[in-house]
Design a binder for this molecule. Structure first.
Ligand SMILES: *Cc1c(COP(=O)(O)O)cnc(C)c1O
Length: 227
């Protein structure tokens, strides 16, 4: 009964999100993307039964078998890094959140050209300046935005970021505001991007206050992961 009480946790998170939207004053709609990594396929069904419609994994190797087993018709998101030789797997996802380099952008666009429709992506930004974090810095994004716009195989929906682990509130807010600036950079380059994927279990309320339209939640919904 590991997922007993999930519906109550989802309800409580939804209430907290609504309160954070109110405090932040952005008036946005927020989608919960439930991160099932390191949990079995039962987590997907439990999420569906609790009213969740968007589910994420961070590795294709774990996602594909889980997708094959799952019967709940959730929309799948990929939120972790993807190797350039694995772009074909993106066909199975509704949205890829971790487009983290120009070379990967080219590879995804090339894959899309051979498979018909553009691939829906979020550009991962490193808005905290941590050297260990993946993604485009704000400076790199300003340089690359026009190039991204020129790739017809990409449907750039917005940006994603991860805040530093255990950051204080000031750092969190600076990171999330940087992500919003990155979205503006894409819009200024003529991209119709609107999504801000930011906020995890420990910081989603601050992220929503800063305008997040998607929060990626694992631990707070499913409990601690046993790797
Ligand atoms: C695991 C993961 C999450 C969810 O993290 P929690 O702290 O468990 O909510 C969100 N985003 C990404 C990219 C992840 O890998």
């Amino acid at each position: 009964m590991q997922f007993a009480g999930l519906a109550e946790r989802v309800a409580s998170v939804r209430e907290r999100i609504a309160a954070a939207v109110e405090r932040g004053g952005h008036g946005q709609k927020v989608e919960i993307v439930a991160v099932t990594k390191n949990h079995g396929v039962e987590a997907v069904q439990a999420a569906w039964d609790a009213g969740i419609r968007h589910v994420a994994e961070n590795r294709v190797q774990e996602a594909i078998p889980k997708m094959d087993q799952a019967t709940a018709p959730v929309a799948w998101h990929l939120v972790g890094h993807l190797q350039r030789n694995k772009t074909k797997y993106l066909d199975r996802f509704t949205l890829f959140h971790a487009l983290d380099s120009a070379r990967l952008a080219d590879a995804v666009a090339e894959h899309a050209a051979t498979h018909g429709s553009p691939v829906a992506v979020l550009v991962q930004v490193n808005a905290s300046g941590e050297v260990t974090k993946g993604g485009f810095t704000l400076e790199e994004l300003a340089q690359e935005a026009a190039h991204l716009r020129g790739l017809t195989g990409l449907d750039v929906r917005g940006v994603m970021t991860m805040a530093p682990f255990d950051a204080g509130e000031a750092t969190l807010r600076a990171t999330f505001r940087g992500c919003a600036v990155a979205l503006q950079t894409l819009q200024d380059a003529g991209l119709g991007a609107t999504e801000l994927s930011m906020g995890m279990s420990s910081d989603y309320e601050v992220a929503v206050e800063e305008g997040a339209t998607m929060v990626r939640l694992g631990t707070i919904l499913f409990g601690a992961r046993t790797p």
